[in-house]
Each structure stands twice: as C-alpha cells, then as structure tokens.
Design a protein around this ligand. Structure first.
Ligand SMILES: [Zn+2]
Length: 253
C-alpha cells in the first residue's frame, strides 16, 4: 500500500461522491445528466469554487452564496462516505487494479442507491440495470466463473421476485428485484446470501428501533434498498471473511 495512492483514492472518492449527489437529484427529477449544477432554491448556477467537495460546504457554512438557503447535509456526508469507502477499498486490495476498479464502481452504485432510496423511496432501473451489466462484464473479465454468477443472480433475483409475487407487490417493489439481480451478479456466490442476511438483520434492528421510538407503525414503508446497499458494500469488501467466519461458526456447533 502506498500513501500516494491512498490520497488519490480519497480525492477520487470525493469527486465521485460529489457527482453521485448531483446524479441522485437529476435521476429523481428526470433531468439530463449534462449541464452545470445549480442551486435547488434560487436556480442560480453554482461557481466551480463553490462546488469543491466538503470544502465549499464548510466555507459557505452550508448556505447558498446567492439566496442563503441551507444546503443539505447530504452533500458533504455523501462525499465523505464515498471517499472513505474508496480509501478502504484500495487499502484492502492495493495490488489488483481491475478488482479495485470493479469495487469502486460497485461502491459508487451502492451509495447512489442508498441515497435515493433513503430520501425518496425509489430504486431506479436506470441505475441498477446498466450497473448489473457492467459489473457482470467486469466479473467475467476477472475470471469469476459464470456458473457461480448464474447461481447468485438467480438467488438475488428469485428471493425478491417470490416476495413480490406472494405479496402482489405490497412488501417490496419491482426495483428491489432489479437490485437483487445487481447484488447477485456483483457479489457472486455465496456472498449474495451473506448480503441478504445482513440486509435483513439491519432492517430488523432499524424496524424494531423505529417501532419502539414510535416513529413508524407496522406496515409503513421501509427503504429496503438502503439496507441492501449497505449490506452489499460490507459484503463486497468483507464477504470472504464473513463467509469464512460463518462456516467456522457452523462447524463448531
Ligand atoms: Zn440559492
């Protein structure tokens, strides 16, 4: 591991994080991905020096230069988290550049899905489907066997498809099925199982906490995509360790 590349990973993560913030809004509102950023309140263009990740938010103290309306905490938070994830991915895999590129790509996709589902309860196919195709290509290029990928894709898709059919779309949405496909081809076998378990574990903890605090009622919407993307990121980076630990644990019983 070289400090230079660690710093480069951090800077790349900040830039990608800044792009993801922008992409989340544009995908949600159906805007074009081209064109310069503008303030969400006064619509004025944002100068390049007011668009520097984290730094600009601090210098502007979280307010628009023109209309002084507050800028969401989402912006610096997403930039910081993406930078940390990119550094962690490099730190865990400093020598394999293709693997690292795939991990950065998937982590960026997970951050985007997390933000959009947490904020608006949407998982857009414009993100999940192209990402699934890209990561499938990368995994085949990395030499991951197609039979394992076929199994994990079937599990990822089938798990959510069955719930969708049984509940007639009440428990989960169609977007979750496509996210299941992305997780399947992205994480491979048997990591897809770990991701589903972890996501439902988080979901259960969050659900119970929300019920106890009185913030949610039974049957109110839970953004499953946020838990799945967090679980996806954890499994992407630590999947082998988790599966290894689990198999040891089972053997000891
Ligand atoms: Zn403004």
């Amino acid at each position: 591991m070289e400090p230079f590349f660690l710093v480069a990973s951090c800077i790349l993560g900040l830039i990608i994080g800044s792009f993801l913030n922008c992409a989340a809004w544009r995908l949600y509102e159906g805007e074009s991905m081209n064109g310069r950023s503008h303030c969400r309140s006064c619509q004025k263009l944002i100068y390049w020096y007011d668009n520097i990740p984290i730094l600009s938010f601090l210098l502007l103290r979280g307010h628009c230069r023109h209309c002084a309306s507050p800028i969401s905490w989402q912006y610096p938070l997403v930039e910081a988290i993406t930078a940390l994830l990119f550094m962690l991915a490099y730190w865990l895999n400093p020598f394999d550049w293709l693997l690292l590129a795939r991990n950065w790509f998937l982590l960026a996709v997970f951050v985007l899905i997390f933000v959009m589902d947490a904020r608006w309860y949407v998982i857009v196919d414009k993100v999940t489907l192209p990402a699934a195709i890209t990561v499938l290509g990368a995994n085949l290029w990395l030499g991951i066997g197609w039979s394992g990928l076929l199994i994990s894709a079937t599990i990822g898709t089938g798990f959510f498809l069955i719930q969708y059919l049984v509940s007639r779309g009440r428990w989960i949405g169609g977007g979750d099925i496509r996210l299941g496909l992305l997780l399947g081809v992205g994480l491979g076998w048997p990591n897809i199982l770990a991701a589903i378990f972890i996501a439902y574990g988080f979901g259960a903890v969050f659900g119970i906490a929300a019920l106890l605090s009185g913030k949610k009622k039974w049957g109110s919407m839970v953004p499953l995509g946020t838990f799945l993307s967090v679980a996806g990121a954890i499994t992407l980076l630590y999947g082998e360790k988790i599966v290894h630990w689990y198999l040891n644990f089972v053997n000891l019983q």
